[in-house]
Design a protein. Structure first.
Length: 329
């Protein structure tokens, strides 16, 4: 029986109960060790699979796809898909899918957690307290910068950016945004459009939430950081590489920027050790969408995407619709 069942590869450890449910319908090979897979190991595991549940750390490119002749769907359990070469997927007739929307609120919460923590020096204050340095109350202890009534700049007013902007109302903040193209007024939700340079100069604090691509590589570099206010906090929950980490470290070290809150890094998890020595950087290990509810919703959507393709149905979050048109033709 099992030879006739479709084969599904799962590249990392994902809620075992959801994967076990898949076993009733497919021949599932998962990765209980949960170690990141090398390109060779990925090719070995996906080589005879009909479908794959993958994560943002799995590079899905032309050489891999050439080694996976049966593959019909790569279902990314992430909204970001810079790990997937969509052109190569389309050329190989492989549907690529992602998990939009279900993580908007959790990711927006985390952006705010980083902004608040960096503005109020929470990481530094906790390290100071735990080190036994709190000997007496001081009027000017660990002074932060304010958010209430200030101007928030959002670089990337998409689905997550809009969830971040909605929260700004609770802080009576004015919201500026920059996108490559100005949005229709009904999508702006009251946010004011600016060029990137104007936003960086005018905003009191800036949150970056654009997808990573060649066009957004080092979108925020030394020149852009120099435009920001010295009292500003920069938050990056987008992808490593959108901000030039070396330039950011130099700016934070020199006090040209008040603080940064960062969930993503170039070359993560091997982030630049310069960050570790900075008191004014609040760092989290790429967990912006990591709440139980949201990760479960992401896994469920990814499974739905995978199963729909394997059953010949168009999946809800298809990234390369050309594949579908071609199949139908
Ligand atoms: C996403 O969904 O893109 C998150 O960054 C997790 O990889």
């Amino acid at each position: 029986m099992s030879e006739t069942r479709l084969r599904v590869a799962v590249t990392r450890r994902i809620f075992p109960e959801l994967i076990d449910a898949l076993r009733a319908r497919y021949d599932v090979r998962d990765n209980q060790d949960d170690l990141p897979l090398s390109a060779d190991e990925l090719a070995r595991r996906l080589g005879d699979a009909d479908g794959a549940l993958v994560t943002g750390g799995d590079r899905i490119d032309a050489p891999l796809l050439a080694a996976c002749p049966r593959l019909k769907v790569v279902s990314n359990i992430a909204v970001g898909f810079n790990n997937i070469d969509l052109t190569a997927c389309t050329e190989h007739g492989v549907a690529a899918t992602n998990t939009p929307d279900v993580l908007n609120e959790a990711t927006a919460d985390h952006a705010w957690a980083l902004l608040l923590a960096a503005a109020r020096r929470l990481g530094e204050a906790e390290r100071w307290l735990r080190a036994g340095r709190w000997k007496r109350w001081e009027f000017e202890a660990l002074m932060g910068v304010e958010l209430f009534g200030k101007t928030l700049g959002i670089v990337g007013l998409g689905r997550i950016g809009r969830a971040i902007a909605r929260r700004a109302a609770g802080f009576s903040m004015r919201v500026l945004y920059h996108n490559r193209t100005r949005l229709a007024p009904e999508l702006e939700g009251g946010a004011e459009y600016r060029t990137l340079d104007a936003l960086l100069a005018e905003a009191d604090h800036v949150i970056v939430v654009v997808p990573y691509s060649a066009a957004t590589h080092h979108l925020i570099g030394a020149r852009e950081l120099a435009l920001m206010k010295p009292t500003a906090v920069l938050v990056n929950i987008a992808r490593g590489g959108v901000v030039d980490d070396a330039a950011l470290i130099a700016a934070l070290r020199a006090g040209r920027l008040f603080a940064a809150g960062l969930d993503v890094f170039e070359n993560e998890p091997a982030l630049d050790p310069g960050f570790l020595a900075l008191e004014n950087a609040v760092l989290s290990p790429h967990i912006a969408s990591s709440t139980r509810e949201t990760r479960a919703a992401m896994a469920q959507l990814a499974i739905r995407n995978l199963e729909d393709v394997l059953a010949g149905r168009r999946p809800p979050a298809l990234l390369n619709p050309e594949v579908w048109e071609r199949r139908r033709a």
